[in-house]
Design a protein around this ligand. Structure first.
Ligand code: GSH
Length: 242
């Protein structure tokens, strides 16, 4: 039995966390059965989400989990990819997870308009007694992390331009194909979907968001992936936040 520990969705997002969206999308593309439970700081091996409970132990990190399941469960999602496609997919994944991610965090946590909205979803993740204090404390830590990583030191317009460039690179790879590397989805589509959705599904206007939602290929890709994986929504459902 495989248990996915994840954060629920909200608005147009499968999960508040793109890494949780990635892993749940991957599980669905791979056709693996799983149960879903909420993130629990006491069982999370690295203090982050997502993680899984598998064969009696907890395992963290979306990529380490999917790589292990690929081997142990004989998942063949990437079996048809050429070496060059694997290499481009790897580079795109690292761009999204190690670059785009921080620009998304900037949009939600550092930009005041973003935080005013994101805060409402984030506080709903906690029991009522912790809602007044925890989001503010965690925001302070997040702003420190953004500064240490570097993205937090840029002006808003610069970060927006970075996001548009990342989405432009993704759109160029997608071209007019149904999925990143052809007519069938592969593991890298789970990552691409998570980050395209992470930008398009957060309901605060920005140039980068408009770039994605008005891009014919990217918006069609988003709908195609949603229809394929989440016609009935994510396993933990979505937070009811206005
Ligand atoms: N490399 C990790 C990244 C996971 C990650 O950064 N998760 C964030 C949510 S988007 C988290 O749990 N942050 C909590 C924290 O840093 O304390 C993965 O792929 O699973």
């Amino acid at each position: 039995v495989l248990t996915l520990h994840t954060f629920p969705g909200v608005w147009g997002l499968t999960s508040v966390s793109p890494f949780c969206t990635k892993l749940e999308t991957w599980l669905r593309l791979a056709g693996l059965d799983y149960a879903a439970k909420a993130f629990n700081p006491r069982t999370s091996p690295k203090g982050k989400a997502p993680y899984v409970h598998l064969d009696g132990a907890y395992l963290a990190d979306s990529q380490l989990v999917l790589e292990r399941l690929t081997v142990e469960r004989g998942v063949r999602l990437d079996a048809g990819l050429t070496e060059a496609e694997r290499s481009r997919g790897h580079a795109l994944r690292r761009m999204l997870e190690e670059g785009t991610y921080f620009a998304l965090c900037y949009e939600r946590w550092q930009r005041e308009e973003g935080w005013a909205t994101y805060r409402r979803a984030f506080r709903a993740l906690f029991p009522p007694g912790l809602r007044a204090v925890l989001p503010t404390v965690i925001r302070r830590d997040m702003l420190r992390a953004l500064k240490a990583q570097g993205t937090g030191r840029h002006a808003y317009d610069v970060v927006q331009a970075m996001l548009r460039a990342d989405m432009g690179a993704l759109a160029a790879e997608l071209g007019d194909k149904a999925f990143l590397f052809g007519a069938a989805p592969c593991s890298f589509d789970a990552v691409a979907f998570a980050f395209v959705e992470g930008l398009a599904g957060f309901p605060v206007e920005s140039e980068a968001r408009t770039f994605v939602t008005s891009h014919p290929a990217l918006s069609a890709y988003l709908e195609r992936m949603r229809a394929r994986c989440f016609a009935k929504g994510p396993a933990l459902g979505r937070l009811a936040v206005g």
